[in-house]
Design a protein around this ligand. Structure first.
Ligand code: GLA
Ligand code: GLA
Length: 683
């Protein structure tokens, strides 16, 4: 189990470094991510290189037994780079430049940025590739975190190249984008611009390609550095830090290029859905590379500095949130950052070593956590623990949240609401694109899959044919991969499997009002309740967003709308199909409705919770033979598990978990196999 943090020794004088290492050892730290923002220190001017300090730090860490996750340091170009080469700077959709003075002020498609970053990465790689302290490579940092898209002239040139490679002929682009509409037909790739400020909405098919391009440009930067590291002889795992469900980067396409998936997770301490949302993030991250443990590269020990209000963590929450990562597949728990900064934008951000020193709640919890993780020993790899596939897809996210739709959709919120029902029931879920739904699952839930690629439709169809239970939600199978309707309207791919057709999407009022007169000034503000619709299932449920007008061709109607414009029409259907069954729900049920439908699906598909009968607020997850129970409630709970304590090997049939209490238990069979390991860990 790796334990550590981002380490920024260049923010401190050298006399602090020995103290850092002494305290790291005291906390059980065994790895640091080093040099992430050190470009201006390593290369103070264009033709000057200073590695002496880094040599010293790495040697000291090595002597102290602390591994290094060495950064390529390319995330924040130094002042000389922006001053000498203003063409590295990105621009927004209005053509305004993002100037230096912060970080991430680079255009990913800028050839000059890439040249400068490549040289830096190469020099670092060649110097340290054989250093015994270096066990991993940290490429750049949180690609796209602040700068979600770049509209500069460099981007314009790169976009034209990218489109030419994708479409070869301009006619193919015209067809894919439907440019017969509004006189948008292009005669040459040189006529295409990034979607800069325009009088009204951009062509939605072009927006989809723009988002693919934007994700690809960031990925290209990563791949460039990865190649440099490999060319220098790197044998250590190479990765960059993801940010969970981060819309601008399609991590499902990035994941194959990561040797290990690394994630940064900062649960919002003020959110009532904090535990659910962080569990969702960890399951999403685990699902990107099945069978391979992932690493939490960043979390906060306490408060962050970047939300409107930044309360710290309640006692025990740090350990409980860390346990959630381990439970859901992490083999490393790391923080931003080791020592709290004295200056700069993040001087109020918590760290492992706070300004207030070691006689603090933070330090005590950090030391305790290090001891807990250190006692766990080697854990089973996360396997195929989940029998439920929750379909989540970046391209669908991009497409469904474009403008000009029947109703505004918050896709992540919809998917998380469905996730919550399974999380609350202690049922393991993988979060995957539709193409990854296969017969390793018993149940697949596709809550809102507006954009459905042919391969995805085939996978879902095969899944039901082979005996799986599929639930599809409203506004699913509407468009193809170009955001165009297919011949025959909607539900053209899944209609035969589901036994229903959609006649109309039946948008409901979404409870927002539009302020301002011009389109450019448009702002949505919450204005009371969204329009709801009732449907008769499990005692009567409420739906929002849409109440679709379904035509039932060949399916059983389990519930009908009992009010609204679709009154009397089917709201929930089921069809036995092939060896499986397919369900369709024509609205977005509220929490109670999702819970009721989920219960019916669980019964129909036979999926089981990890542990039966845990009280509300008590989380459970399985990871191979490891079962983790976390008490997120404010009271003691009694947990009965037939297994062995993962650290001590002692039997844990019955235990009282205090608030935020955690139990790591190995199932009986695994406990027996692991007995010698557990025994040596306690001696
Ligand atoms: C991100 C960055 C870090 C730091 C933290 C603060 O995760 O990668 O450098 O800014 O946020 O929460
Ligand atoms: C205006 C425009 C039309 C069409 C409609 C849609 O009237 O003139 O081209 O866009 O709005 O409501």
């Amino acid at each position: 189990m790796l334990y550590g943090a981002d380490y920024n020794p260049d923010q401190w004088s050298e006399d602090v470094w020995d103290d850092d290492i002494r305290l790291m050892r005291e906390a059980g730290v065994n790895i640091v991510s080093l040099g992430i923002f050190s470009w201006s220190k390593i290369q103070p001017t264009e033709h000057e290189w200073d590695f002496a300090w880094l040599d010293t730090v790495i040697d000291k860490l090595h002597a102290g037994g602390i591994h290094v996750n060495l950064a390529t340091a390319t995330a924040s170009p130094p002042p000389w780079a922006s001053a000498t080469y203003p063409d590295i700077l990105p621009a927004d959709e209005n053509g305004a430049t993002y100037w230096p003075g912060s970080r991430q002020h680079f255009a990913p498609s800028s050839p000059t940025y890439r040249r400068l970053a490549a040289e830096l990465a190469r020099r670092i790689a060649e110097r340290y590739v054989g250093h015994p302290a270096v066990v991993m490579w940290h490429v750049n940092n949180e690609y796209g975190c602040h700068l979600h898209a770049d509209y500069s002239d460099n981007a314009r040139e790169a976009y034209r190249r990218w489109l030419r490679e994708k479409y070869t002929s301009i006619d193919a682009l015209n067809r894919a984008w439907g440019t017969a509409f509004w006189s948008q037909r292009y005669a040459a790739f040189e006529e295409v611009f990034p979607p800069r400020l325009a009088p009204y909405s951009h062509n939605p098919s072009s927006m989809l390609d723009w988002r693919r391009f934007t994700s690809d440009m960031l990925l290209e930067c990563y791949l460039m550095e990865r190649e440099i590291l490999l060319a220098a002889g790197a044998t250590q795992p190479i990765s960059t830090n993801f940010m969970g469900p981060f819309k601008p980067a399609d991590y499902s396409r990035w994941a194959p290029h990561m040797d290990v998936i690394a994630d940064d997770c900062y649960p919002d301490q003020t959110s009532p859905t904090r535990v659910r949302d962080s569990a969702f993030q960890r399951d999403l991250i685990r699902s990107l590379k099945p069978g391979v443990p992932w690493l939490l590269w960043e979390q906060a020990t306490d408060a962050v500095n970047w939300r409107h209000a930044n309360p710290g963590k309640a006692p025990g929450v740090l350990a409980a949130e860390s346990a959630q990562s381990v439970a859901r597949g992490a083999d490393g728990i790391m923080f931003f950052q080791w020592r709290q900064s004295r200056a700069g934008s993040e001087k109020f951000h918590s760290a492992m070593l706070p300004h207030a020193g070691t006689d603090t709640k933070i330090w005590r919890e950090v030391v305790d956590l290090g001891a807990t993780l250190g006692g766990l020993g080697e854990l089973p790899a996360p396997g195929r623990d989940a029998r439920v596939a929750l379909v989540f897809d970046w391209e669908n996210w991009w497409a469904v949240e474009e403008r000009d739709h029947p109703v505004t959709v918050d896709y992540l919120a919809v998917v998380r609401d469905w996730y919550g029902a399974f999380h609350a029931r202690g049922i393991m879920v993988d979060i995957v694109p539709p193409e990854k739904v296969d017969d390793g699952y018993d149940l697949a839930v596709a809550p809102l899959l507006y954009l459905l690629r042919d391969d995805g439709a085939e996978a879902l169809t095969r899944f039901v044919d082979a005996g799986g239970t599929l639930l599809a939600g409203p506004f699913t199978d509407v468009v193809d991969e170009h955001d165009q309707f297919r011949d025959g309207g909607f539900l053209t791919q899944l209609g035969p499997v589901l036994g229903v057709r959609v006649e109309d999407f039946g948008a409901l009022g979404d409870g927002t009002r539009v302020d301002g007169s011009g389109v450019g000034a448009m702002a949505h503000a919450a204005d009371g309740a969204a329009e709801t619709v009732r449907f008769g299932f499990a005692g009567g449920q409420t739906g929002t967003l849409m109440a679709e007008a379904l035509t039932v061709a060949d399916a059983e109607v389990l519930a009908r709308f009992t009010d609204g414009r679709a009154v009397g029409r089917a709201a929930l259907t089921r069809r036995m199909h092939g060896a499986g069954q397919s369900w369709y729900v024509a609205t977005l049920p509220d929490a109670a409705g999702i819970a009721a439908v989920a219960d019916a699906l669980i019964a129909a598909s036979g999926v089981r919770p990890v542990v039966e009968g845990l009280p509300e607020g008590v989380e459970v997850a399985s990871r191979g033979d490891l079962v983790t129970v976390i008490n997120h409630t404010a009271r003691d709970v009694e947990v009965r598990i037939d297994g062995a304590d993962a650290a001590t090997g002692a039997a844990v049939e019955h235990r009282i978990l205090e608030p935020q209490g955690v139990m790591f238990a190995l199932a009986p069979r695994a406990a027996a196999e692991r007995a010698p390991v557990a025994a040596s860990a306690t001696s």
